[in-house]
Design a protein around this ligand. Structure first.
Ligand code: F6P
Length: 534
């Protein structure tokens, strides 16, 4: 059903009025002075994740107006339609069922897709257990790209302390063969298992790398190649054609960037075992229920998605920085980049009308405290305000209590520093009476304006169940902002043109005799220069 553009709704106009009246100049420091309880009223307890949303440029009234916007845009109805299995991915005529991958039998949203997913999950988890039990495999190499790489890699890295020792895990995505070569050097093909992960089993990078891996294994004397190659795909026929001895399936109703819960997560299942993988699914399901059932004012994914809209469209903030204060979450920013930017990087709405307002922000980040000594300068004193998302883990998996306290202190201090800043008066107070012009100029450069917003997501520990909840939280938050904007978060047509042109350029490079007259002169001359360098 077609909808008016989001900025033509009554709730949007109401928010614009609120923004002009008190949103634009909202001062967090005053907000806390006037309403110290905002750290309670603007905090949300979701399954395994506590969200402190009080250091945002909003108050209860703005939050309620954002909730009214969600209601007017039918966010809850769209969420329910997704969970019921309606074909909300309209450009591809597909249902969107990643939540079905973690739905236990008997849950309110249990259905035939969920049952199918559980059957396949039982099969790939049994296979994972077999690999773990046999002890023949020392190295698992996942070959895949995008959603067939980022989720499993992020999770295996994050859950390192839960990974059973004895098997090493590697992830090869880039068609740049330096990636594969570096990974394979030093591996023994006889004890290496390749997981060729590709929803389509047509992605050039993955097929090229899989072929190179097969050549390598053959050259190393592996006779039974299929035994070393497992395909994970929604296109089992193609996987078998490419020589995969074992194939695990998922379905077109699982988007690539939403697929780590399916057999695409086979590397995770081998790494942490069946029980660990199931715990991850359970954590995600708990967040699904929270998204489906919690009232909007207590619904963490919904509120995060609404804050994202508030910042992107009313404050005009173009990016968000992810600051996970846990070394294990170092691949999370890359994972979230695909999740959010491939989902919401859209310029037209579901009816094909150009968007009058901005959609996906740019996401970027590094694990804390590394970022502090790199780009945090810009976060604190740069000309742009960039909301930061701190992810804080209460209990580490190491015994170094004092160093963990230092880490936690840094996370809390950074969000506090971003907020309180340091005024020129405060800096000058240190300079003594009658400061010179030079001292004033230096002091100005040492002052922080503060009032820079942040979220703090606090979890007890980084275990499979909590990671599942944390990732599902982000999936649903992306869903929420997409629903408000009225865009389709589940297709990715924007990557297709580049793929087609790459095939065309490659064909021309393979056959230099082919005409290049129709190419732009930059591309043609770069091609020529590369040939002259060959
Ligand atoms: O090119 C983008 C994309 O289609 C992503 O959406 C997807 O995760 C990735 O490529 C890999 O696709 P596949 O799993 O089909 O190899």
């Amino acid at each position: 059903m077609s909808q008016p553009p989001c900025d033509q709704t009554a709730a949007w106009h109401q928010l614009q009025t609120l923004f002009n009246a008190r949103g634009r100049d909202f001062d967090l420091r005053e907000g806390f002075l006037k309403h110290p309880q905002r750290s309670v009223t603007l905090a949300v307890e979701a399954p395994m994740v506590f969200g402190d949303l009080s250091k945002h440029l909003w108050d209860d009234g703005i939050r309620d107006a954002l909730i009214a916007l969600a209601a007017e845009r039918g966010v809850a109805e769209r969420r329910d339609a997704m969970l019921r299995g309606e074909a909300i991915n309209t450009t591809e005529h597909r249902t969107v069922r990643h939540a079905a991958l973690r739905t236990p039998a008997g849950a309110p949203t249990d259905d035939a897709s969920a049952a199918l997913a559980r059957t396949e999950a039982a099969a790939f988890m049994a296979y994972a257990e077999q690999i773990r039990a046999e002890g023949k495999i020392t190295d698992v190499v996942n070959i895949g790209i995008g959603g067939s790489d980022l989720g499993p890699q992020m999770a295996v890295v994050a859950l390192h302390p839960h990974v059973t020792p004895g098997i090493r895990f590697h992830f090869v995505a880039n068609v740049d063969a330096h990636d594969l070569d570096t990974t394979l050097s030093g591996l023994n093909a006889a004890s290496t298992l390749f997981l060729v992960s590709s929803k389509t089993f047509g992605t050039r990078e993955t097929l090229v790398n899989a072929q190179l891996a097969m050549d390598w294994a053959r050259a190393q004397g592996v006779a039974d190649l299929p035994a070393h190659f497992v395909g994970v795909t929604a296109n089992p026929e193609a996987a078998r054609k490419h020589g995969m001895g074992t194939v695990f399936q998922f379905w077109d109703w699982v988007g690539g960037r939403y697929s780590m819960w399916s057999a695409i997560g086979l590397s995770i299942a081998i790494a942490i075992g069946k029980d660990g993988f199931q715990a991850m699914l359970d954590g995600a399901h708990a967040m699904d229920r929270h998204f489906a059932e919690a009232a909007p004012a207590q619904n963490l994914p919904m509120l995060l998605g609404l804050i994202d809209v508030w910042y992107r469209n009313f404050h005009g903030f173009g990016s968000r920085s992810i600051a996970p204060y846990h070394h294990g979450l170092r691949r999370l920013p890359a994972y979230l980049q695909q999740l959010e930017m491939e989902s919401n990087g859209k310029w037209v709405d579901r009816d094909g009308h150009p968007m009058a307002v901005g959609t996906s922000p740019v996401l970027w980040g590094e694990p804390g405290t590394n970022g502090q000594h790199s780009y945090f300068q810009m976060l604190h004193q740069g000309t742009d305000r960039i909301p930061v998302e701190f992810i804080v883990v209460a209990h580490p998996d190491h015994p170094h209590v004092a160093s963990h306290r230092t880490l936690l202190a840094n996370a809390l201090a950074q969000s506090r520093a971003l907020m309180i800043g340091r005024s020129l008066e405060e800096v000058l107070a240190d300079a003594g009476p009658a400061p010179s012009d030079e001292v004033i100029a230096v002091s100005k450069q040492r002052a922080f304006r503060g009032n820079r917003p942040s979220t703090t997501l606090l979890i007890e520990r980084l275990d499979p169940k909590t990671l599942g909840a944390l990732i599902a939280l982000h999936e649903h938050r992306v869903f929420t902002s997409a629903a408000v904007w009225g865009i389709n978060a589940f297709d990715q047509w924007g990557v297709e043109l580049g793929k087609t042109l790459a095939l065309d350029v490659e064909a021309r490079m393979t056959d230099p005799g082919r005409s290049r007259a129709d190419l732009d002169s930059s591309t043609a001359s770069l091609m020529k220069r590369l040939e002259s360098m060959a």
